[in-house]
Design a protein around this ligand. Structure first.
Ligand SMILES: Nc1ncnc2c1ncn2[C@@H]1O[C@H](COP(=O)(O)OP(=O)(O)OP(=O)(O)O)[C@@H](O)[C@H]1O
Ligand SMILES: [Mg+2]
Length: 236
């Protein structure tokens, strides 16, 4: 069953065509990686999907076309993104950041409490820091909060834009492990990463994006060496 797809998705910044006719899809239960060098258009792809920038083409969730420029409607349908740079609210507490993720429910709703318990179970370090302001968390903890806040929205598909950015390898490994666990629990995920080997460890499939186009679809099981991966990059 196809959970999610884009068809001929395109976006431009002025004269710059940053995204050109991107077709990608996510099947039920898949974790799909989007790889590519700096400036390839990965964040643009995420922003176009979420309707945060002007774009053309079609995005479907479970076969239903989604509105093109209505981020709130997308969130309500369960298309949720953790943006590059995390996008948490630094001056607000961890608790309030989490609550914002579920603004459609509000405290006291049984579903709210259920989601909150699940997030704090996944990220015990957030539980110990609920009243701390988010800006004073470590980079890794901030990324955990960003993922936790996204989960509070009850995603049917989760998009992550370079969650490893600026994090130490050990912390990155911890975050990746949690993403793998969420995916095993049944959450479809699109993971944008520049650190290809990390993403390929988790991914069922991967797309290689270059100059705004998908240049290749990669089966991670067929990539056995770093050399092979470099070949993909250089041929793209
Ligand atoms: N707001 C903007 N205005 C003009 N050009 C932009 C804007 N944002 C991105 N671009 C350009 O669009 C292209 C794609 O950028 P994008 O941020 O999507 O790349 P990326 O793959 O996410 O890169 P990175 O790995 O560095 O995050 C780049 O050439 C970039 O310079
Ligand atoms: Mg980016």
């Amino acid at each position: 069953m196809r959970v999610f797809e884009t068809e001929a998705l395109a976006a431009r910044y002025g004269h710059v065509e940053a995204l050109r006719g991107v077709n990608l899809h996510v099947e039920d239960g898949e974790l799909v990686a989007v790889l590519g060098p700096n400036g390839a258009g990965k964040s643009t792809l995420m922003r176009a999907i979420m309707g945060l920038i002007a774009n053309t083409g079609t995005v479907r969730l479970q076969g239903e076309p989604l509105p093109r420029r209505d981020p709130a409607a997308l969130a309500a349908r369960g298309v949720v993104m953790v943006p590059e740079g995390r996008g948490i609210f630094g001056p607000m507490s961890v608790e309030d950041n989490l609550e914002l993720g579920a603004y459609l429910l509000g405290r006291g709703d049984p579903l709210f409490e259920e989601r909150r318990a699940r997030v704090l179970g996944l990220f015990p370090r957030l539980k110990e820091r609920l009243s701390q302001v988010a800006g004073s968390l470590s980079g890794g903890e901030q990324q955990m909060l960003a993922v936790g806040r996204a989960l509070m929205a009850g995603p049917r598909i989760l998009l992550l834009d370079e969650p490893s950015l600026g994090l130490a390898p050990r912390v990155t490994a911890e975050i990746m492990e949690t993403l793998g666990e969420l995916n095993r629990q049944g959450l479809p995920i699109i993971l944008v990463e520049q650190k290809a080997p990390l993403a390929l460890k988790l991914a069922n499939r991967a797309y290689l994006l270059s100059l705004g186009r998908i240049m290749a679809e990669i089966n991670p099981r067929e990539i056995t060496s770093h050399d092979e991966l470099s070949r993909y990059y250089f041929s793209a």
